[in-house]
Ligand binder design. Structure first.
Ligand SMILES: O=C(O)CCC(=O)N[C@@H](CCC(=O)O)C(=O)O
Ligand code: ZN
Length: 337
């Protein structure tokens, strides 16, 4: 890749594993680009001080979730060409380039189950090595953040199934920290009002940066996963415009948080696939957030039976094809904060 043509070429260069000729080069409007690793680019704004916010945008952690990659790449192109000013310190990551190239969720192991140190348990997989690279790059980026600045991480995904609520966010488990209502209102400005609040630590990228880099981190599920070129990007305009406002320093005042404007859910428990005997009693067309009738047997695995209670529970990410020991779905219930 040569210096002057960054944006679309950065995606192409990432896919083809071609590093740029220089590690640092200037873009329009006084922005500096720094190549960190394959698929990891830091953009330094022209005005940098102790209050400049740090924003990590990651996408392609699952290689077949292409719409967020196209959105991020469009933003990158507009910063490069001077159509979008940059007012934050930005780290952009294309998560799993080899899986993106192959059009697959992952090659050896689901990378979003390998953060928070879990990569050490699967050292032979390509995703473990990449997860360690992403963790280190994120940690280095946020370690250098001055005390007074906001640390934000948005990990952009699309889901395997259709969804009762087309777009939703996932808040990683916060331990003793409280939910950031401003972040929830920012989501609303991106047309996302459905949020799952996780109830336990996880090996996801957002849990890692939230816990270890003190970020306000959210996994965003922005629609259904489709191959490159087959996305209707008009359905992603909410997040596209919200990210552009954030990056360019347009901070319009947001209305105060109120539970009534959101559909909030908490994760009650995971359906875990313990063995090859795991049977899921939901057909492939069942959408995310489908209500589960009281008493319905959701899944069975040898002597374990997962059964719905109360009629208020819903199912999220049901997937019987995951590896043994992994989450094959989440049972959730409504909550207010
Ligand atoms: O559609 C699916 O079944 C999975 C979509 C997806 O990749 N979701 C993320 C959610 C991460 C989280 O629970 O915080 C994942 O499964 O990694
Ligand atoms: Zn995903």
């Amino acid at each position: 890749m040569n210096q002057p043509s960054l944006s679309y070429d950065f995606l192409t260069a990432t896919l083809q594993d071609q590093p740029p000729v220089a590690r640092e080069w200037p873009l329009a409007n006084g922005v500096t680009a720094r190549w960190r690793e394959r698929g990891i680019l830091e953009l330094v704004p022209p005005q940098l001080d102790d209050h400049t916010d740090r924003v990590l945008i990651s996408c392609g952690v699952h290689g077949n979730e292409t719409a967020p990659i196209e959105v991020a790449n469009g933003i990158l192109r507009d910063i490069e060409q001077g159509r979008l000013p940059l007012a934050v310190h930005l780290l952009l990551m294309f998560g799993n380039p080899d899986a993106m190239q192959a059009g697959e969720r992952y090659l050896d192991y689901d990378m979003n189950r390998l953060f928070n140190g879990q990569h050490a348990k699967h050292p032979a997989t390509r995703e473990a090595q990449r997860a360690a690279v992403l963790e280190n790059a994120a940690a280095a980026f946020f370690e250098q953040a001055p005390n007074g600045c906001q640390r934000l991480h948005y990990d952009l995904h699309t889901a395997i199934r259709g969804s009762v609520f087309e777009r939703f966010a996932i808040y990683p488990y916060l331990h003793e920290r409280d939910y950031n209502r401003e972040q929830l209102c920012w989501l609303e400005s991106a047309d996302i009002t459905t949020v799952l609040l996780h109830s336990q630590p996880a090996a996801t990228f957002t849990y890692y940066t939230s816990r270890h880099c003190q970020t306000d981190a959210l996994t965003l599920e922005l629609g259904k996963a489709r191959p490159f070129g087959q996305n209707d990007l008009s359905r992603f305009e909410g997040i596209n415009q919200a990210l552009r406002r954030l990056l360019s320093g347009q901070r319009d005042p947001l209305p105060a948080f109120a539970n009534e404007r959101f559909q909030l859910f908490r994760a009650k428990y995971d359906l875990v696939k313990h063995s090859d005997q795991f049977r899921l009693y939901l057909h492939d067309q069942v959408e995310n957030f489908t209500l589960l009738e009281d008493g319905f047997v959701i899944a069975e695995d040898q002597d374990v039976r997962y059964q719905a209670h109360g009629g208020n529970e819903r199912i999220l990410f049901p997937n019987p094809k995951v590896g043994n020991g992994l989450r094959a779905g989440i049972v959730i219930e409504p909550v207010a904060i």
